[in-house]
Ligand binder design. Structure first.
Ligand code: GBH
Length: 479
């Protein structure tokens, strides 16, 4: 199919699993059917239609709520070992509140989907939260309100109880960086709050405690019977030092810590990265705060949070250069100035349909090596990786992207000794790409959003991926 290079003509080890992902709000539709409650994306799209390009919303999306059997058929055609999808909190608990009523129809929908997967030999990998917070919880303040820990604990228990016999791989939070930084910092995602350097730190503080709480609930109440695995699913781009200078090297490491380490250092070691604590404490003091803008975990909390993961996950799409810069005005209150790193890209890197996403395959290999080194050689799952275009079935550039990124995964495994055991493509279907609506396409299957039946059509990348999975090889012939 494509010319073999040194990297691409070797095979993936037998234990290695290929999967593909979606998320509830992006594909399900049925936004108010069968008792589902409103979530923050329903609310945002309906009350502020200019927030999303073209006034798009997820009311119908891919209609996977009704077409899940067909979706499982597509997964079967691909030959994936597992399907990573997320649960809609407000479909299961319409108000979201701890102790509030459970919607049986919502439970049934996911039971049916899981059964259909199991019947077809596809393992379910379930994300508990992928950004669609019940609107009622947002009215109570959302993630910056510490009460959210209790609401999430209630929700987590309900899903472990109902689905845990069949689900062995759980992810608590998808890309918590986006939930907090974009949701409550830059305001570019629902609920759209702009409180950089303030609410976003409180958001993260609550979210990490909620994660740890769910992990312990699983550990104590469900793991003995269910024998599954629980992790968090953070994301970062790779930050490549702009030069060999110690200042640029340090800037790149600091950027990784402010993005990935903000979440995963807490999960692994019980606290925020020391570079975050030092910088934000110091800047807060200069700014006249009595206590740091970065909340503190107590010793007890640190012990409780430390080690709450059974695998290390990474959503990774792209790369930027990182460069040291002069300290900006110390009075500025924002995450960006707390971090204080210049980032830029190489304009020759291939573009996608997403402004933030350049095609930089080698970045993934660097990132996997960094994760392995930073977190003591754990088992690593790539939980999302993929590329957007503006549409069309002959998606040649998507095939190129997958081949080259997977080739770097293979080199990380075979040449660098990184223990990557899973790779998850984003995404099965063209879907609701958040603030970009339906304009950016990530799917291996095209969805015709103009047709009420939402027909799916395989793109060339679907048959490429099916071939890779069947042969465990990225080119026509492997050695
Ligand atoms: C993931 O986010 C999500 O998990 C998934 O739901 C999504 O569909 C997929 O990837 C594709 O985007 O607008 O300049 O502020 C990927 C990581 C990082 C992508 C933040 C959007 C916002 C850039 N995201 N980014 S900007």
């Amino acid at each position: 199919y494509r010319e073999a290079t040194a990297a691409t003509n070797r095979t993936f080890p037998d234990y290695f699993k290929f999967g593909i992902a979606t998320a509830s709000y992006q594909v399900e539709g049925a936004w108010n059917e069968d008792g589902k409650g409103e979530n923050i994306w329903d609310h945002l799209c309906h009350t502020n239609p200019t927030f999303v390009d073209n006034g798009d919303n997820g009311d119908i999306a891919c209609d996977s709520y009704h077409k899940y059997k067909e979706d499982v058929g597509l997964l079967k055609d691909l030959g994936v070992a597992y399907y990573r999808f997320s649960l809609s909190w407000s479909r299961i608990i319409p108000l979201g509140l701890a102790g509030s009523p459970i919607n049986q129809a919502g439970i049934d929908y996911y039971k049916n989907l899981i059964q259909e997967l199991v019947d077809n030999g596809i393992e379910p990998m379930v994300t508990i939260f992928h950004w669609d917070l019940p609107e009622t919880l947002q009215e109570f303040g959302g993630f910056p309100n510490p009460e959210l820990v209790e609401h999430f604990a209630y929700y987590a228990r309900v899903v472990f109880e109902n689905f845990g016999d069949s689900v062995k791989y759980w992810g608590t939070f998808n890309e918590p960086l986006q939930t907090c930084h974009q949701g409550y910092g830059t305001g570019t995602m629902a609920p759209g709050y702009k409180s950089s350097g303030l609410a976003e730190y409180k958001c993260t503080h609550t979210l990490i405690k909620a994660h740890a709480r769910a992990y312990h609930i699983y550990d104590e109440e469900f793991r003995p019977q269910q024998q599954g695995y629980v992790g968090m699913i953070p994301d970062t781009m790779w930050f490549e030092p702009a030069s060999d200078s110690p200042a640029d090297q340090e800037a790149a490491e600091r950027a990784l810590q402010f993005n990935y380490g903000w979440y995963f250092n807490a999960v692994a070691n019980g606290n925020y990265p020391s570079v975050m604590i030092e910088r934000i404490d110091e800047r807060s003091k200069q700014q006249g705060f009595e206590t740091s803008r970065l909340p503190k975990f107590t010793e007890e909390e640190i012990e409780y949070i430390k080690g709450t993961y059974d695998y290390v996950a990474i959503n990774a799409y792209t790369t930027a250069y990182a460069q040291a810069k002069e300290e900006t005005d110390p009075s500025v209150i924002s995450y960006e100035s707390d971090l204080n790193v210049d980032t830029f890209i190489d304009e020759t890197w291939e573009q996608s349909a997403s402004s933030w996403l350049r095609v930089v395959p080698w970045g993934l290999r660097h990132l996997l090596n960094w994760l392995s080194k930073t977190y003591n050689h754990p088992e690593i799952f790539v939980t999302e990786n993929g590329v957007s275009d503006t549409g069309g079935l002959d998606d040649d550039r998507r095939i190129y992207y997958y081949q080259e990124y997977l080739s770097n995964v293979l080199e990380a495994i075979l040449d660098d000794g990184v223990n990557v055991t899973r790779y998850t493509a984003w995404s099965l279907l063209d879907n609701f790409e958040w603030a970009r609506g339906y304009s950016e396409k990530f799917g291996m299957y095209n969805v015709n959003f103009a047709n009420p039946e939402r027909p799916r059509t395989p793109k060339a990348s679907a048959s490429y991926y099916a071939n890779v999975i069947a042969s465990r090889c990225l080119v026509d012939t492997c050695e």
